[in-house]
Design a protein around this ligand. Structure first.
Ligand code: OFO
Length: 169
């Protein structure tokens, strides 16, 4: 049985995931202001993914007879010095989210809450992907520096990104 403490932390996580969507939409808006349409698309898709993460937890809390309680969202950062800074911020944010997922897993393990441990495994794997995506884009952006031709190519590549909900949920 899920404790009140664990339900509260799962609820907080729903909010963190919704905040992630909010943050990435603000990053999309920044990219749009720089006329980087592909990067804009990248972050819009990222925001969709985050909403999916939130809803997966939303459904889980309901399924386990808990009550979802939403909180307010902080104001996200809207301005960035460069596109590289956008990705550095996103990467730091994902590291924070990973620490939250580990924290939730620790509580679930302390409580021997096996269903929640199993559900959270999906998020642990997802965080490996999220961190790796941002870290590899940072490396690319650091390599290309101010080469606008390569930036344009990357922008074209990101224009192709689309959101496909995972089907195992
Ligand atoms: Fe939900 O993984 Fe990013 O924040």
């Amino acid at each position: 049985m899920i404790s009140q403490k664990l339900f509260e932390e799962l609820n907080k996580q729903i909010n963190y995931e919704l905040y992630s969507a909010h943050l990435y939409l603000a990053m999309a808006a920044y990219c749009a202001s720089q006329d980087l349409d592909g990067f804009t698309n990248f972050f819009k898709v990222q925001a969709e993914e985050e909403k999916f993460h939130a809803m997966k937890l939303f459904d889980y809390v309901n399924e386990m007879d808990g009550t979802v309680k939403l909180d307010g969202l902080d104001i996200p950062q809207n301005e960035y010095p460069t596109i590289l800074d956008v990705f550095k911020s996103a990467y730091e944010h994902e590291k924070f989210v990973t620490s939250r997922i580990y924290f939730l897993s620790d509580i679930a393990m302390e409580e021997r809450e096996h269903a929640t441990i199993s559900m959270l495994k999906w998020y642990i794997d997802e965080q490996v992907e999220e961190e790796s995506t941002f870290s590899s884009i940072i490396k690319k952006l650091e390599r290309i520096k101010d080469d606008s031709n390569v930036l344009y190519m990357l922008d074209k590549e990101f224009a192709q990104r689309s959101f496909t909900p995972p089907n195992e949920v």
